[in-house]
Design a protein around this ligand. Sequence first.
Ligand code: F6P
Length: 377
Amino acid sequence: TTCIGVLTAGGDSPGLNAAIRAIGKNGAGRGMHIIGFRDGFRGLMENRTVALEGDILSGILTQGGTILGTSRDKPHKMPMGGQLQDMTGVMLHNYQRHNLEALICIGGGGTQKNAFRLSRLGMNIITLPKTIDNDVAATDITFGFDTALSVATSAIDRLHSTAHSHHRIIVVEIMGHNTGWLGLGAGLAGGADVILIPEIPYDVNTVAQAVRRRQHHGKNFSIVASSEGALSIDDAARLARLRAARDAARAAKDAERKKAAEAALADFAREHEAHSIKLSRELETLTGLESRVTILGYLQRGGTPSAADRILATRLGTACVEAVAAGQYGKMVAVAGEGTKLVELADVVGRLKYVPKDHPWVRAALQTGVSLGNPDF
Ligand code: F6P
């Protein structure tokens, strides 16, 4: 019998179990044997498996998280005894030991990259795009996004009560990694007054102006939906310089310079973790209103998937088993309109899907009076 492996990697995302279930059921229907590896690529390395058949697939459609467990471990940089080691050889060995016909890797941008690495090693790989960030290239959408969008939206709905009653600004920090899909979507749906996304750097004075304009109209509260990756114009320029320095060091194959550049980027990221708090304080000073911060964090990733995510994950899960049956490898099952299509992993990796500055959501926000915090918009 054909044996297929499955793993889930990267941040947990609603719909993972729906996808696992769909793979298990479709596979069983075709007489395939499906095994899961636990905790992402780590389980493949440590050969920790579970048979994905029978009872284990029951009752999981509606459950958040992943029954397989997940991790952010990278196959070529596994933390082992205080060091990072390339363990791809061990993974290939385990792949062969199980006589796998294919390995299905479910994850976001990082997982696509890691899976591509394994496919170049000779494994038959098929991937699925999942992340609440919706930032995977070459697919219309990723599963997990719709659920996170609803959670973040209802959080903004609730924050309105306090903002309104206490006459406060509330800066609500929304996930999304380096893209603004979740922040923009939730901000729009939740009626935020200001929406800050990484793709459109902000000027705090422009944000304050928007809040003050509302004050002039008798509205002495404001909701600022701020993506976790949102950057001030100055910070965006600084980050671009730091990235350019790292890329130059990489291109020059200068290990020492690369290490220093990476350390500078890590410092920047650490400092940026407090950006919503900094923004809130600056807004207090500039507007005279009280301001508070709410970081939604992992609440956005947890819990039961929305109907749309259950359907999407089930479609993608079944489609990837179809791809295996057709012997299509080195590909990601992408969402294209009403259907799915197979795209080359090479066309997915190393690319992020950013919010285009003229995206319909951006235009809709601007045309309903939302400030994007940038003087040019
Ligand atoms: O990719 C999903 C995500 O939740 C991002 O929105 C966020 O930047 C990141 O994961 C957080 O990662 P971790 O789970 O490692 O804290």
